[in-house]
Design a protein around this ligand. Structure first.
Ligand SMILES: CN1c2c(nc(N)[nH]c2=O)NC[C@@H]1CNc1ccc(C(=O)N[C@@H](CCC(=O)N[C@@H](CCC(=O)N[C@@H](CCC(=O)O)C(=O)O)C(=O)O)C(=O)O)cc1
Ligand SMILES: N[C@@H](CCS)C(=O)O
Ligand SMILES: [Zn+2]
Length: 762
């Protein structure tokens, strides 16, 4: 029986690509150095899969930044502002699109489905002149072949590419992106022809949009795209891969009827309903790539359970037609458990990172073939049993408290406008209050302090206190109204809390790419969650004691902790979320008791956790919003609760956002063409405080006072003066002080300018 991997993490087991990229961007190493590190990573990944016995090994899943941007490069769809004049796209143009440069901002970045990975959104319109401008897919195929590995080149499928794009600036919103199919398919044909000439026998098209609720004309686009490609694909085996959820019945019909396609890939972990569709009928003679090994999590596969699913699938599609696969690209899981030196043996036996998942896929394929590795299966069964029965997983008090939450609602007693009045009496803020989102630059020096003094808590506290003092002073000098302490003690807004909560474990090298060179290390939730002691009160009270201005307490909310962790798969996600909500509630109440009057509870990931299918949204939003409200339902009217969210496709969930009942919300806004404001233009009433970000923090570019003032004025056209806040899009941790100081200076100057205009207009 054959085995297949959808895609593999590209950063390397010790984040080698991250360091190579950042060194190149800083001008400390050459393009050749970067290419060498990258080639070494690719080669070791291919070798590892080949040694493990994987039959269908992917290529072109490596990327210097993002696979959607790679597709934009392949199609030559570079927005004109980057000044590309044709030819093969080089690093200059590629990284300018990804990160912006001194004169041009970066392209929009948004979440890849419901993951914590971000892609660069293609900007397309009727006038884009497509051309074959990056031969990366073919080069990688040849590179692997030269190393003796015959791979399956992977391309983002043409229909998903267009469905994930947005109309370029100035193009009518009604413009049909799908109408560009005819223009991009000729380039796909060129790529396919080159791959065939290079000797490829399989090709994989990733079409994950097939798991969403598509309209019939969108489904029709798949039919026409693949029938258009059919003649060029002849002689090749073609796999169309879907992932992240089950495929709706209509889409399943369309997919499995596509012409010229040899195999279909399904996520059978998040898409268990697809099993029923397969049982209902699968085209004869075609291959089923059965994604039974979870690419989104770190739990060891339940091999016996998977084997029985695979055997039943064999009964339906035929003995040689089932290919064992990962549920999606392993990009979304950690790289190699071997590098985890601090996890205890028992916990480690419950886990599998990407390298171990490759072994699992192969072991399942061998077992289906009658070559069962008994040692592997019995160790796997023992680990599954130990996880099920371990007392470390269960805390009955927590389970009871969380169960009690479900039957009742939790809301603050007073309505938001009365609360805002009570808070204003206490805080006495000017109109258009200025604030930032929490983190200040995470400099090398700061990271060194945390790293070197981790074990020497007292020295670390003293050094971090000095950092906070600097941040507080800087904000006072800049004349910001509501301050933050800068989060110097935090490596990451989720990992930091995971490290202090019971029921969590954390890794030393469990990095997962978030965007570009940036990675996160999601904590592992393995048991019932509780808070042994306060987590932030020390830092927030210390910072408050340094200033007379209000200091925001800074917490990460339960839904974000859940969505950015590796979550246990032995109970529903909402159960775990309620447990985290109770822990954060205790923290909120302790902060309030310590005299913190403004508390921000970040729910940066609430939107991204939204299920991919409409029918599941209401249930998720209900428990997610409820969990948030649980955290702060017990505070006084005078305590101002802020929340913050990044990435602003909120228009569809605006009513849930209102239902969170926060006093103030700050939202990313500037890198997405101010889409957020359109919801207010369309008449949605929002009575709480709101701070749509006035500048992009992902780019080193410094926004001018005029540009920020212009943005604020646009906001004032749709939002009342008395509810508008002025703040950046998100935290400042990835920026340098040389960027943050002038940017915030301009932000405050712009605010003062508008305050003056407003008061003279009265
Ligand atoms: C807001 N965002 C977040 C998301 N998810 C999260 N879990 N957290 C988030 O904040 N998703 C959406 C967005 C994504 N945005 C970002 C922004 C920035 C980063 C980022 O900067 N990540 C860092 C991670 C580095 C880190 O945490 N380091 C630790 C440990 C120190 C360290 O790095 N040690 C190295 C050695 C390095 C050396 O100098 O020698 C080591 O031991 O390996 C720390 O700071 O304490 C990154 O650099 O990628 C991510 C997502
Ligand atoms: N408080 C966090 C939110 C990021 S989404 C920060 O400022 O980094
Ligand atoms: Zn944010």
């Amino acid at each position: 029986m054959a085995s297949h991997i959808v895609g593999y993490p590209r950063m390397g087991p010790k984040r080698e690509l991250k360091f190579a990229l950042e060194s190149f961007w800083d001008g400390k190493s050459s393009a050749d150095d970067l290419k060498k590190v990258s080639a070494d990573l690719r080669s070791s990944i291919w070798k590892q899969m080949s040694d493990a016995g994987i039959k269908y090994i992917p290529s072109n899943t490596f990327s210097y930044y993002d696979q959607v941007l790679d597709t934009t490069a392949m199609l030559g769809a570079v927005p004109p502002r980057y000044g590309w004049t044709g030819g093969e796209i080089g690093f200059d143009t590629y990284f300018s699109m990804a990160r912006g440069n001194a004169s041009v901002p970066a392209m929009e970045m948004t979440k890849w489905f419901d993951t914590n990975y971000h892609f660069i959104v293609p900007e397309l319109g009727p006038d884009v002149k497509f051309s074959y401008a990056s031969h990366k897919a073919v080069e990688e195929y040849k590179e692997a072949k030269a190393l003796g590995v015959d791979t399956v080149p992977v391309l983002v499928g043409p229909v998903s590419y267009l469905l994930l794009s947005k109309p370029a600036k100035g193009v009518e919103k009604s413009f049909s992106l799908i109408s560009l199919l005819d223009k991009i398919l000729p380039i796909y044909k060129e790529v396919v022809a080159e791959l065939k000439a290079a000797g490829a026998s399989w090709i994989q098209f990733d079409e994950p949009t097939l798991v969403k609720d598509l309209e019939s004309h969108q489904l029709q686009a798949f039919t026409s795209a693949y029938s258009h490609l059919e003649s060029s694909l002849s002689g090749l085996n073609v796999l169309v891969e879907t992932y992240f959820a089950d495929v709706p019945a209509e889409a399943f019909k369309t997919l499995t009827s596509l012409e010229g396609v040899t195999g279909f890939g399904f996520d059978l972990v998040r898409g268990t309903k697809t099993l029923d569709l397969i049982k209902g009928g699968f085209p004869s003679g075609k291959y089923l790539f059965a994604g039974v090994v979870d690419g989104r999590n770190i739990w060891a596969n339940d091999a016996a359970a998977s084997l029985s699913i695979l055997q039943s699938l064999e009964g339906i599609v035929g003995k040689d037609k089932v290919v064992v696969s990962s549920s999606c690209s392993l990009l979304h899981t950690a790289v190699d458990l071997v590098n985890e030196t601090k996890l205890d043996k028992e916990l480690k036996s419950w886990l599998a990172f990407a390298a171990q998942k490759v072994v699992e896929v192969n072991a399942l394929a061998k077992a289906l073939d009658g070559r069962k590795d008994e040692a592997f299966f019995s160790a796997n069964a023992a680990a599954q049993a130990s996880r099920k029965s371990s007392p470390r997983v269960t805390n009955e008090a927590v389970q009871k408290a969380a169960a009690a939450l479900k039957s009742s609602d939790h809301r603050r007693a007073t309505n938001v406008s009365a609360r805002l009045d009570a808070q204003q009496k206490k805080l006495k803020l000017p109109i258009l209050p200025t604030t930032t989102i929490g983190s200040f630059p995470q400099t090398m020096d700061l990271r060194r302090v945390r790293r070197e003094f981790k074990a020497k808590k007292r020295i670390m506290s003293r050094l971090l206190r000095m950092k906070s003092t600097k941040v507080v002073k800087l904000q006072e000098e800049l004349d910001i109204d509501v301050l933050v302490h800068g989060e110097p003690e935090r490596n990451d807004m989720v990992e930091y809390f995971g490290e202090q909560l019971s029921g969590f474990a954390f890794t030393v090298n469990g990095w997962v790419q978030s965007y570009g060179s940036r990675c996160v290390k999601p904590p592992i939730i393995f048991g019932d969650v509780s808070r042994p002691k306060p987590m932030t009160v020390f830092w927030s009270s210390m910072a408050q004691s340094m200033t007379a201005r209000p200091m925001k307490g800074m917490l990460t909310g339960p839904v974000t902790i859940l969505n950015w962790s590796f979550v246990r798969n032995d109970q529903p996600r909402f159960e775990t979320c309620y447990q985290i909500a109770l822990a954060i509630k205790d923290e909120v109440e302790d902060l309030e008791k310590a005299g913190i009057n403004v508390i921000q509870i970040d729910e940066a990931a609430l939107r991204e956790g939204l299920p991919l299918r409409k029918s599941e949204e209401a249930f998720y939003l209900e428990w997610a919003v409820h969990s948030f409200r649980i955290t702060n339902c017990g505070v006084a009217d005078t305590t101002q609760i802020h929340t913050h969210m990044c990435y602003s496709n909120f228009n569809d969930i605006i009513h849930s956002i209102i239902d969170m009942d926060a006093d103030v919300i700050t939202i990313e806004n500037s890198r997405s063409d101010e889409k957020l404001l359109s919801v207010f233009r369309e008449g949605v009433k929002y009575g709480a405080g709101i701070g749509p970000g006035v500048y992009d923090i992902h780019s080193p570019r410094i926004p001018s006072t005029e540009e920020i003032a212009d943005r604020v004025n646009k906001m004032l056209l749709v939002l009342e003066t008395n509810i508008l806040w002025v703040n950046p899009d998100c935290g400042l941790k990835t920026r340098k002080y040389t960027e943050v100081k002038p940017a915030l200076q301009n932000m405050v100057a712009a605010t003062k300018l508008i305050r003056t205009q407003l008061s003279s207009a009265k």
